[in-house]
Design a binder for this molecule. Sequence first.
Ligand code: B4P
Length: 191
Amino acid sequence: MLNIVIFGPPGSGKGTQSENLIKKYGFDHISTGDLLRHEIETNTQLGYLAKQHMDKGELVPDEVVIGMIDSFLDKNVKSKGVIFDGFPRTTDQAKALKEMLASYDTDVAILLDLEVPEDELTKRILERGKTSGRTDDANIETIKNRIAEYNKKTKPVMDFYAAEGKKVVINGVGSVDEIFANLCKAIDAVK
Ligand code: B4P
């Protein structure tokens, strides 16, 4: 099982590139953002809790997202590869992922860090907000808070994987195809 973490600030293109990677490699995909939005749309208790945080641009509590990954792995033990999109977002999530994967005798192979400057992120998210219907995309204060949460709580996750020699930086500015080609090169090098 080849485990790939696609990483980067909000709006850096994790979801966009994950879709292309799944098509090319036939990997399974888990996006914690998509799962949380599904919980909100279907009015579950978990969705109600997640919405309180997401509407403010905050991260959802670790135990909620870690539980989601646990049940995903349980159903996908035989996968040839998994793209973790938007997870882990805290060092505690990274440690929990390591433990969960170890119980299946596997580990993260590579973290692909999409680097995009802050002004470009804000522009992309506001643009998406015109059509996405996502409350966390529509308001500049929420977007700023999402980026601040990333800088404070999520960026340290990179150090965790850098210490294991698994971090690869990818320029996230340019055409979707150019970025995709660079992501594929990095994946092919660990396959
Ligand atoms: P996510 O759903 O993960 O979303 P994201 O960070 O906003 O976006 P992503 O990087 O996937 O960007 P995309 O490809 O869509 O998280 C949403 C929220 O869920 C979080 O804020 C948090 O509250 C919660 N959450 C999720 N996971 C969590 C976790 N593990 N722990 C705690 N909380 C969690 O691209 C953005 C836009 O840019 C799109 O419109 C796209 O078309 C455009 N774009 C993409 N690539 C481009 C390019 N090369 N050039 C120009 N535009 C581009």
